[in-house]
Design a protein around this ligand. Structure first.
Ligand code: NAD
Length: 382
């Protein structure tokens, strides 16, 4: 049986990435929707996609579409995901799932009521060696997790002239680095270890209280190449950096550093976990190596080679050893989970990040915001 057809909404950085990945998987793009009809038609023409929808309702009414991909700015995730599920469409929503816990809880409950895919694109779980790390942790190879630390550092919002919709709370939400990149890290920490983050202590800082907002829209990561033409001085209320202490459900402790203003750090997502038997370390800018730290024998560098990986992790490597896999491949792996689950009617058992996982991240964001405001540890209630 064939895969269901996809509609992609939002045609920026993520929209393009979703389309490329769907095509690699063999999924047909039934149509696209951008914010501007003329631009979307040009975009469709470049990519050989003939159907450009006039609005979201046209997608919902199109019986040819099985899965809707939401690649818009954050504030649109909740209304679009809600109406897509209500119309009986499967949804892959970009992270963060929503702007607050009222929205994300409603979406998680709605997803629970339907036999539909409701996935949040925490794609970084799908690096082959991240899957390998999880398999090793589940097999008890590092023992009991004690310390989980790391960070996610970028520099694309380093200058006061760097601008993006994420800086505007109405579109991005009241938090920026925490919800934009921090939730990727926290999602991975829980998913790798099987442990929940139960309490947080956070310090948030805004080092650039004013930025120059261009009078035209700037696509993600495009600011560095854009001419600094007409712009207006704009106050910024979202954080440039975050330092967060974490407590995990087994008593393990953690520390997370986040920044979008760290010169030279492009997409530096890394973590290290210290267990009672061994340690593991991984870094997204060098994703085909996993460090194993040991006390009584030499440390190891495990390379990405499906032939040498745990059987549970092996299906997530599409290329043999010595053939690097990276960021774009993680989308293909996640989408494969979704489209196979829909095709095979195996949604409940499929291995994709769910709306419940997405809601958990929004609850963490809310606790982090409260902790920073009240300068104290905040426990998560459920
Ligand atoms: N999973 C990841 O690794 C990852 C990476 C980057 C971004 N994201 C997420 O993807 C989403 C999009 O981010 P981006 O970086 O692609 O932003 P972007 O600005 O590059 O693209 C967003 C696009 O949405 C369009 N848009 C705005 N309103 C719309 C509407 N009503 N209908 C249709 N299109 C509309 C904009 O014109 C723009 O082209 C965000 O939620 C972001 O957090 C995820």
């Amino acid at each position: 049986m064939n895969f269901p057809h996809a509609a992609v909404v939002g045609l920026g950085f993520m929209g393009r990435t979703h389309i490329q990945s769907l095509r690699r998987l063999g999924v047909q793009i039934g149509g696209i929707l951008g914010s501007d009809r003329e631009k979307s038609e040009r975009f469709g023409h470049q990519l050989g996609i003939s159907r450009v929808y006039a609005d979201f309702n046209e997608i919902l009414a199109d019986p040819a579409i099985g899965v809707v991909h939401l690649c818009t700015p954050n504030h649109l995730h909740y209304p679009l995901a809600k109406s897509a599920l209500q119309a009986g469409k499967h949804v892959i929503c970009e992270k963060p799932l929503a702007l607050n816990t009222t929205e994300s809880l409603e979406l998680a409950r709605l997803a629970d009521q339907h036999n539909l895919v409701a996935a949040v694109n925490y794609n970084l779980r799908f690096y082959p060696l991240v899957q390998e790390a999880r398999a090793r942790i589940q097999a008890g190879e590092i023992g009991e997790a004690r310390l989980f630390h790391g960070g996610y550092l970028q520099d694309w919002l380093f200058l006061p002239s760097d601008w993006n919709w994420r800086l505007e709370p109405e579109q991005g939400g009241e938090l920026r680095v925490v919800s934009d990149i921090g939730t990727h890290w926290m999602d991975m920490a829980s998913w790798l270890t099987g442990l929940q983050i139960t309490a947080v202590m956070a310090d948030l800082s805004t080092f650039l209280p004013y930025r120059r907002k261009p009078l035209h829209a700037v696509e993600t990561f495009a600011g560095k190449l854009a001419a600094d033409d007409q712009a207006e001085q704009t106050p910024i209320h979202t954080e440039d950096t975050a330092c967060i202490l974490l407590a995990f459900s087994n008593g393990a402790r953690g520390a997370l550093t986040l920044s979008q203003i760290s010169a030279g750090r492009k997409n530096y997502f890394w973590w290290e976990i210290s267990g009672s038997r061994a340690s593991l370390r991984w870094d997204q800018e060098n994703p085909n190596q996993l460090w194993v730290g040991q006390r009584d024998q030499p440390n190891q560098i495990v390379i990405k080679d499906p032939a040498l990986m745990h059987p549970e992790a092996r299906p997530f490597a599409d290329f043999p050893g010595g053939h690097a896999e990276g960021y774009p491949d993680t989308f293909v792996q996640l989408f494969r989970q979704v489209y196979c689950a829909v095709r095979d009617n195996a949604i409940r058992s499929a291995a994709f990040p769910s709306f419940a996982d997405g809601h958990r991240q929004i609850a963490l964001c809310s606790a982090i915001q409260q902790s920073a405001r009240e300068k104290r540890w905040v426990e998560l209630t459920d």
